[in-house]
Design a protein around this ligand. Structure first.
Ligand SMILES: [Zn+2]
Length: 151
C-alpha cells in the first residue's frame, strides 16, 4: 500500500509481524491461520503509523484483499480522502468480504471516495511491484520443510 499527496509517495507498506518480532516460518505457515493473524499488522495500519499526521488528505492505494472494517476505521480517522482497492464480493458470506462491505459502508458515510481496482489493473499492480502471489498449500508446506524453524 502507498499513499500519495499531490504527486509524492508518502509511504509504502505491507502486512507482517511487528518490526522486532521474528517472522517465524512455523507460525507463518501454521495450519491454524489465527496464530499468524493474531500477530499481524495490516498494510494499511502499518502505512498510517509511518505516515502519522501527514496521512491527512492523502489517497491510499491498496493491493491485495479488500480493505477490512478495522483498517477502514483507521483510514477514515486519519483523514484519508480517497481509497483505491479491490472491492469485496457482494454475494459472498466469507468473513473478509463481509468486513469489506462494512468498510465500504463506512467510507460512504464518512465521505471517503472509494475507487475499485479492476481485475486486470489489480494483476498489473501485483506484477509491477513484484508483490507476492497467494501460495498454495503445497507451496507453503514446501517452504516450511525447506527452512529452519526458529521456535
Ligand atoms: Zn485491514
Amino acid at each position: 500500500m502507498f499513499m500519495r499527496m499531490v504527486s509524492r509517495v508518502l509511504t509504502f507498506s505491507f502486512n507482517g509481524f511487528p518490526a522486532i518480532v521474528t517472522d517465524c516460518v512455523k507460525i507463518l505457515h501454521h495450519e491454524d491461520k489465527n496464530k499468524k493473524l493474531d500477530r499481524t499488522i495490516h498494510a494499511e495500519q502499518n502505512a498510517l503509523l509511518y505516515a502519522g499526521r501527514d496521512a491527512k488528505d492523502c489517497h491510499a492505494y491498496i493491493v491485495g484483499k479488500p480493505v477490512c472494517n478495522t483498517c477502514a476505521i483507521m483510514l477514515i480517522q486519519a483523514g484519508i480522502r480517497r481509497v483505491v482497492a479491490a472491492p469485496p464480493l457482494l454475494d459472498s458470506d466469507k468473513n473478509w468480504d463481509k468486513r469489506g462491505r462494512l468498510a465500504l459502508t463506512m467510507f460512504k458515510q464518512a465521505g471517503v471516495e472509494f475507487t475499485p481496482i479492476d481485475e486486470a489493473k489489480h494483476k498489473e499492480l501485483i506484477e509491477k511491484y513484484d508483490l507476492p502471489q497467494k501460495k498454495t498449500k503445497k507451496q507453503k508446506k514446501t517452504a516450511l520443510a525447506e527452512q529452519e524453524t526458529c521456535c
